[in-house]
Design a protein around this ligand. Sequence first.
Ligand SMILES: [Zn+2]
Length: 509
Amino acid sequence: MRENPRIALLGFSIECNRFVPPVGREGFRCWLEGEEILRDARAVAPVALAEMPGFVAEMDAAGPWRPCPILLAMAEPNGPVEQPLFDAMLAQWRAGLEALRGAVDGVYCVMHGAGLATGMDDPEGTIQAMIREVLGEGVPLVCSYDLHANVSDEMVRHCDAFVGYRTNPHLDMRERGAESARLLRRLLAGERFHRAFRRLPIVAPTVSLLTAHGPYAEVIDLGQERLAALGPGRVVNVSAMAGFAYGDTPFNGFAIVVTGADAAACEALARELAEAAWARRGRFVARLTPLAEAVERALTSEVPLAFADVADNPGGGGGGNTMFILRAFHEAGVRDAIFGVIHDPALAAEAHALGRGARFTARFNRDREGHDGAAADFAHPFAAEAEVVALSDGRVTGRRGIFARTAMRLGPTAALRMGGITVVVISRRTQCADPAFLEHLGLDIGAARAVVVKSRGHFRGGFDEFFSNGRIVEVDAPGLTSPILDRFHWTRLPRPVLPLDPETRWSPA
Ligand SMILES: [Zn+2]
């Protein structure tokens, strides 16, 4: 091994919902080129999510190395990436690697794993194949993935170590980046790893995939127990990847990837975990609270409750702008409620122009007015009398959960009081996963009787100090990220698949 290994750094992280319109460059919240990647990774509050900062910190701590940063692009979940943009990114990574050919010792790649491009179902597999084409088989490649990755054969074949998140909400991104650095150091020292891979015909609804408890937690925990028992000389990583239904690819499905030096042990463990997941298949289902019942609970609950608008989750490609719950709560006269956060740049701009204390008619989704509420993305117009109670530029450093320590940019932001409800309106679409999104406007979450969040599950990692799991209501409203999967027109999922097709069969052989 070289004393001072040269490591190429790159990343492509976006979760793509097939039912959302394509996204271009404007969708990438974090776009870092060259040395910017390292400056950001070593900053107090990086723009990038925590894998690259975790990787860089671990590499720095373990000894000398020479980073060769190329391009790290990360986006809020959205529609498929416009193909010309993805092609340009691929060309940029390729050019960066070609410049390093013969002079690079390893590669770390931050992936999400549920990316799509408009003309391509597997951009991550394509990136990895390109890396191999440029650098050959001998240069170690470690990739880290979100557990919502839809794992293709290519994604497993081309990397030397496959590292998936183990927590949902995602609280271990930094640790998985650091783990990737440790595995890359071992590969640089000459170790070689096998990957065992199993995919099941299970496309689990998002809300059934928490890792604090439930069937997914049991499979992950079993994998970690076995990993500890086998020891790091035989198996180095166990990743149970639940996937992202709305990617709608031919390779969707709950997947197990086991990386290690002992191929037989990896294969046996992958099979055991696949069987364990299959045995729990009847528990990967969505049980939501009907909207009318949610309204009733908001009106009558003795204790404060959090209501999750799981079907309009920007963290799964939702617009963060549907009005079903807001309208119902407002019409029912729910009081002491906070809604966070609605994406409506026009309304936020109007509130800023009017100023604090102004009273006006807040018109949500004004660009859809006159469309008879038929918008395919479920963002219908809604208007109510409002007072501007707080304004901000939306620059917030995450305090807790998935965005902790991350520099977030919500754009011009306003808190509007509408009867007993205070609504936070933002200008850059983001899921409401961090209490700081509300608190920075002076809102008191602890004093609210109801908090409604546009988030599927990551809010749990941010709002847990206010709402235990028993005080969270997952509301069934229409939307682009509804966990009720038979409401979507699937075109590419492998069929039969659970839970859509009850007759689905699978056997480990
Ligand atoms: Zn995820």
